[in-house]
Design a protein around this ligand. Structure first.
Ligand code: MG
Length: 162
């Protein structure tokens, strides 16, 4: 007798980083601007951080800060794709795979529309499933709307891998 199929799992994630002058900005594993960057311990990739939190949430594994503390020198300027790879390892270890993910990036600057196809390609490859990327502004509201920050929401659905 094989185990009965387990229920699907959903997770949500959110992230925000202040923007600062200098450096380069990485979103969804893609360099989207030079001369501006996320104020962060790691590379500050909001899309990947939100996606990692969504994955961790779906498997009940806490949040990104527990797995990759921003006080740990190992993660200084870290490429956030390694956080996503780690989250995917945990997902697979629990017998799940990603069915799909939806990522919504909010930024007044830089404009991200032109980078959406590359973000989709990169993120889909990293999670092994279709990832949709939305890029909007914050309608000039709050810190994101003033161009002081970049934010992201993500949702994932996990299904039984077998
Ligand atoms: Mg973050």
């Amino acid at each position: 007798m094989s185990d009965p199929p387990r229920d699907p799992r959903i997770g949500i994630g959110h992230d925000i980083h202040r923007l600062r002058e200098g450096g380069r900005l990485v979103v969804g594993g893609v360099v989207v601007a030079e001369g501006i960057s996320a104020d962060a311990h790691s590379d500050g990739d909001v899309a990947i951080h939100a996606l990692v939190d969504a994955l961790l949430g779906a498997i009940g594994a806490g949040d990104i800060g527990e797995h990759f503390p921003n006080t740990d020198p190992r993660w200084k300027d870290a490429d956030s794709t390694q956080f996503l790879s780690h989250a995917m390892t945990l997902v697979r270890r629990q017998g799940y795979r990603v069915a799909n993910a939806d990522v919504s990036v909010l930024a007044e600057r830089p404009r991200l529309k032109a980078f959406k196809p590359r973000m989709v390609e990169r993120l889909s490859a990293l999670v092994g499933a279709p990832v949709n990327v939305k890029a909007g502004t914050n309608e000039r509201c709050d810190a994101v709307g003033r161009g002081e920050a970049i934010a992201c929401h993500a949702a994932v659905l996990l299904v039984c891998a077998s």
